[in-house]
Design a protein around this ligand. Structure first.
Ligand SMILES: *Cc1c(COP(=O)(O)O)cnc(C)c1O
Length: 203
């Protein structure tokens, strides 16, 4: 699956992408997702949240984001579960893994992932659909492939456990600079921003 990542991209350009057939969009900030939601939803697109989520914003995003790809702690998963239950919804999530254990990134360390998935499987208003990762920027193709490969192995190991109440079919990895390597290593969803829309303009 191809996701067009639309942070900083204007509504008209987003609608152009939707007209061209890209019905899956990704935003990394709650406020920006909400400000674009009505128009894009009406145009038939789905928007996933792909950035770190703070507890105090969960109630705003539940029911709007078609999936939250950044379930990066038990605390946030629990909050999404609570708010989804209150709204009478089940929210699709991906468990975010910090595959290279970088201090600067959020997500579960690989060795924590199985326990996290088991705990998340107990939340009744969450449906775990798979896993997502953002690996470090690497100097070589071989180096980035190692991270994607490690992620795919973890994903397959966890899928094979057949944990109740989850499905583990989506492996979201690969961005503009590394999607080819991600696909070779088994990505099922690439998240592409600048390679579609050009360099981001931050205001
Ligand atoms: C911005 C972003 C992308 C897309 O990045 P590009 O390099 O522009 O393709 C993908 N995933 C996440 C989580 C992002 O924040």
């Amino acid at each position: 699956q191809l996701m067009a990542v639309t942070k900083t991209v204007g509504i008209q350009e987003m609608l152009d992408a939707v007209s061209a057939g890209v019905l899956l969009l990704g935003e990394n900030r709650v406020q920006e997702l909400l400000s674009k939601y009505e128009t894009l939803h009406a145009a038939g697109a789905q928007i996933h949240l792909i950035g770190h989520l703070q507890s105090n914003k969960v109630s705003k995003i539940v029911g709007k984001a078609a999936m939250i790809q950044s379930a990066d702690s038990i605390q946030i998963a629990s909050e999404i579960d609570k708010r989804s239950a209150q709204a009478g919804l089940v929210t699709d999530v991906l468990v975010e893994v910090n595959i290279a254990r970088q201090a600067s990134k959020s997500g579960f360390f690989p060795e924590q992932a199985l326990e996290a998935v088991s705990e998340i499987s107990g939340f009744r208003a969450l449906h775990m659909r798979g896993m997502m990762t953002v690996p470090p920027i690497c100097a070589s193709s071989a180096e980035i492939r190692k991270h994607f490969e490690a992620m795919r192995r973890l994903f397959v190991d966890i899928s094979d456990k057949k944990i109740d109440n989850i499905s583990c079919n989506i492996l979201s990895m690969g961005m503009s600079g590394d999607f080819a390597e991600a696909i070779i290593e088994g990505s099922t969803m690439v998240r592409i921003g600048s390679a579609i829309f050009g360099p981001r303009q931050y205001h």
